[in-house]
Design a binder for this molecule. Structure first.
Ligand SMILES: C[S@@+](CC[C@H](N)C(=O)[O-])C[C@H]1O[C@@H](n2cnc3c(N)ncnc32)[C@H](O)[C@@H]1O
Length: 241
């Protein structure tokens, strides 16, 4: 039993395999990315911060859509892969456990934070930093594992936040937080965000060609991911200086 995820970059050892898996795979290419890109909307000319950018698959798409992309990840290999993939982007190694002291207050139009909230021990502090760097009219788009799916796999008390370990199909070992939906909403609230939209996405039709059974299951059960668009709460202005 672990009480924290810690700061060891878990994805470092399988970063290249993750790229291979996420580039065209059902869960990332035809389920999570379409949902977050929908919530991101028009990004032409926007400065987008891709937090926990992984191998740069989102960054590539955002750059194609006309965004100026910056990104960071805790895993050095992920940062290398992202930089190779998007040479125009600016990527660096950074752990969300630490303040984003290399970014000015209110300097970012949009923050994307896809499928990584679960790995952060102090999520309120990390979200608070993401809000600090966002312009007041900016937005945060995040996705996370669907808490219902997590609970169905692990059982126990749905409402009890805890760190679990899983071994995924390619043998990847991961440690992350199970938290109820209410907790994610509360963490966003405490970090000074207002939730604008919450999606429980269904996979794109192309997903059926990859895996018909998973496609049907994800159309039926909340066992995949969810995605949220949140904006800085204007009633909680940033205290600067
Ligand atoms: C499931 S992958 C998602 C990658 C990318 N956002 C995507 O959706 O394609 C999770 C990523 O979060 C990164 N990560 C995990 N904990 C982190 C932390 N504390 N700070 C920064 N990045 C972290 C991992 O290294 C990994 O690249």
């Amino acid at each position: 039993m672990h009480s924290r995820v810690g700061t060891q970059p878990q994805y470092e050892v399988f970063a290249d395999e993750f790229l291979d898996h996420a580039q065209h795979g059902l869960f990332n290419a035809h389920y999570d990315r379409p949902a977050c890109l929908r919530l991101l909307g028009d990004v032409v000319g926007a400065t987008v911060l891709d937090a926990a950018c992984g191998p740069g698959l989102y960054a590539e798409e955002l750059a194609k859509r006309g965004a100026h992309v910056m990104g960071f990840d805790q895993s050095p290999r992920m940062v290398e892969l992202a930089q190779q993939r998007v040479p125009t982007g600016k990527f660096r190694i950074h752990d969300l456990a630490n303040p984003l002291d290399w970014l000015d207050d209110q300097s970012i139009d949009v923050v994307l934070f896809a499928l990584a909230l679960e790995y952060v021990d102090d999520r309120i502090a990390a979200l608070d930093e993401l809000r600090r760097v966002l312009r007041p009219e900016g937005a945060l788009v995040l996705s996370r594992q669907h808490p219902t799916g997590d609970w169905l796999r692990h059982g126990g008390n749905y409402f009890e936040a805890r760190v679990i370990e899983e071994t995924w199909s390619r043998g990847w070992q991961v440690r992350y937080w199970l938290t109820p939906l209410e907790q994610t909403c509360e963490e966003l609230h405490k970090a000074g965000f207002l939730i604008e939209r919450l999606l429980e996405p269904r996979p794109e039709a192309e997903a059926a060609e990859i895996d018909q059974e998973k496609y049907e299951r994800l159309n039926r059960e909340p066992t995949g991911f969810l995605a949220i668009r949140a904006v800085p709460n204007p009633h909680r202005p940033l205290v600067t200086g």
